[in-house]
Design a protein around this ligand. Structure first.
Ligand SMILES: *Cc1c(COP(=O)(O)O)cnc(C)c1O
Length: 499
């Protein structure tokens, strides 16, 4: 049992607590130092899964034994996105510095809804850096949120307020007799449709414009859709360009969208969930040209920025408008010019959350310690690795590329009969092998093995491991109706499995 003082949750023996804390820190440093010795992922045994379905226990247990359960039953069965072999979906790798910053933030237990405190100045510092990065004016506002799904929703709500005025917040959209329509490409992330749904417009009010050969939104088709909607009496109000599409990493023609939005007086939003931070890389930043003209940009520090989850962000050109979309007066949130209630506006005036964690600290530490230049190099490097992977695929007769490699995402497949089923099985077998972890997507009806290189730890040897394992397992899977996962391959040793 952890010895707590009689009346509080603090330890009675601070020295014992300190020693145990150091052990926990050491275990995590060991884990990060030796990631490569472990499988990327391994399926969780059923008995462990069941061990987390116990009834609520009213008694205490000691910190040491809870930590032992963490090491034995939780840590080995995490998804593995910290691992250099992880290439599924779009997941950030996190960093040791980010981990320590999270600990400091948790120790402070700061609530960043508002009030006069240094943690909010840190969030404002990150907002200021972000403005500069995207060439936004000093009057632009920014806010940490959970992720880009939330940031996209905020973008829609702010655009709604821009068009209808803040009266819409009281009367609701149903009293407005215009039908508001938004546009994005068929490549856009599903959170764009969810944003329209949650905002009350319905996902049918989001037009999905086809993409061209380069997987970019077809601007002529976009113009046509807007003209047709106007003719039908509807009100186009929002266009979301994508900077780094989740399927293939395509970047829409942001300059053309900016110009169209200006001409048509439509809100220009950019979903740059992972791609927007390519601004940190001098060789990639020119590809994002036009982003500096956006009305709002949604992106994540927790993907390419390597900040530990979660650290989503929205940047809004017109800070006053942003505030008018969310600020709400309440007696218990009264502002003062001195004392703790000073420092208005507060972060809670820019979004739906009142209680907010200190996401800014891990972001500030990451940028401060590693530097913007090094973070930009990491981003460039993941794109160089994607080009290397593309070359390896092109050199293998049994492999076939399925999409252009614009940034850091490579889509390909193993050539075989019944290719969709074989490649789905192959990806599951790769994941279960613990060697490499891509995910899947569908491109023009074809199931693709999709490798998104986001993690700063990934090197050319991890790309080789993925390609070699794909060839070895592909042969087995293509021959077998019901392949055994990982058969014929030596998985990475499971170093932390039994500790
Ligand atoms: C990941 C992603 C999202 C969703 O972001 P979350 O942080 O997971 O909410 C939205 N759009 C794109 C393009 C993405 O890659």
């Amino acid at each position: 049992m952890m010895e707590t003082s009689e009346d509080t949750l603090d330890p009675s023996d601070w020295n014992a607590f300190r020693l145990q804390g150091h052990r926990m820190l050491d275990d995590m440093v060991d884990y990060l130092e030796h990631l490569r010795d472990q499988p990327v992922w391994q399926p969780m045994p059923e008995n462990i899964r069941h061990s987390f379905q116990q009834p609520l226990d009213s008694g205490q247990s000691d910190l040491e034994s809870a930590h032992a359960i963490f090491m034995k039953d939780i840590l080995p069965y995490a998804l593995g996105n910290v691992h250099p072999g992880f290439m599924g979906w779009v997941h950030g790798g996190g960093t040791p510095v980010g981990m320590l910053a999270e600990m400091l933030a948790a120790g402070l237990n700061a609530n960043l809804g508002g009030r006069d405190q240094a943690p909010i100045e840190i969030e404002r510092q990150v907002v200021q850096w972000t403005r500069k990065l995207f060439h936004f004016p000093e009057t632009a506002s920014g806010l940490f949120v959970t992720g880009t799904s939330m940031a996209n929703l905020l973008g829609v709500l702010i655009a709604r307020t821009a068009l209808l005025g803040s009266g819409v917040r009281h009367k609701g959209i149903t009293t407005n007799n215009q039908q508001l329509i938004a546009y994005t490409s068929t490549n856009a992330h599903i959170s764009m449709a969810q944003a329209m749904d949650i905002a009350g417009f319905g996902s049918d009010a989001l037009r999905r414009i086809p993409v061209d050969q380069q997987q970019q939104m077809d601007i002529a088709a976009l113009e046509l859709a807007i003209a047709e909607d106007r003719k039908a009496g509807m009100t186009p109000f929002f266009i979301a360009g994508t900077a780094g599409s989740v399927d293939v990493g395509a970047i829409d023609n942001l300059i053309a969208i900016a110009e169209l939005c200006q001409r048509e007086s439509i809100w220009f939003h950019v979903d740059g969930a992972y791609g927007a931070l390519a601004m940190l890389s001098p060789d990639l930043a020119p590809r994002l040209q036009g982003i500096e003209r956006a009305d709002s940009i949604a992106f994540d520090f927790h993907k390419w920025g390597q900040v530990p989850y979660d650290a989503g962000f929205i940047l809004v050109r017109d800070g006053e408008l942003h505030q008018s979309a969310f600020a709400s007066p309440a007696a218990y949130l009264k502002r003062e010019s001195r004392g703790m209630a000073a420092g208005s506006p507060w972060p809670c005036d820019f979004g739906p959350d009142l209680s907010r964690g200190f996401r800014a600290l891990k972001t500030w530490f990451t940028i401060k310690v590693y530097g913007a230049e090094k973070l930009g190099q990491v981003i460039s490097n993941t794109c160089a690795l994607a080009q290397y992977m593309k070359q390896r695929i092109e050199a293998e007769p049994l492999l076939e590329p399925l999409a252009p490699v614009a940034l850091n995402i490579v889509c390909f497949r193993y050539r075989s009969a019944d290719a969709n089923r074989v490649n789905a099985d192959l990806v599951a077998a790769l994941q279960e092998s613990g060697i490499a972890a891509p995910s899947t997507t569908i491109i023009d009806g074809q199931l693709a093995i999709r490798a998104a290189i986001v993690n700063h730890r990934t090197t050319a040897s991890d790309i080789d491991a993925l390609i070699d394992a794909t060839l070895a397992l592909g042969e087995i899977v293509a021959k077998n109706a019901q392949p055994q996962a990982g058969r014929g391959l030596q998985p990475r040793p499971t170093r932390f499995h039994d500790t």
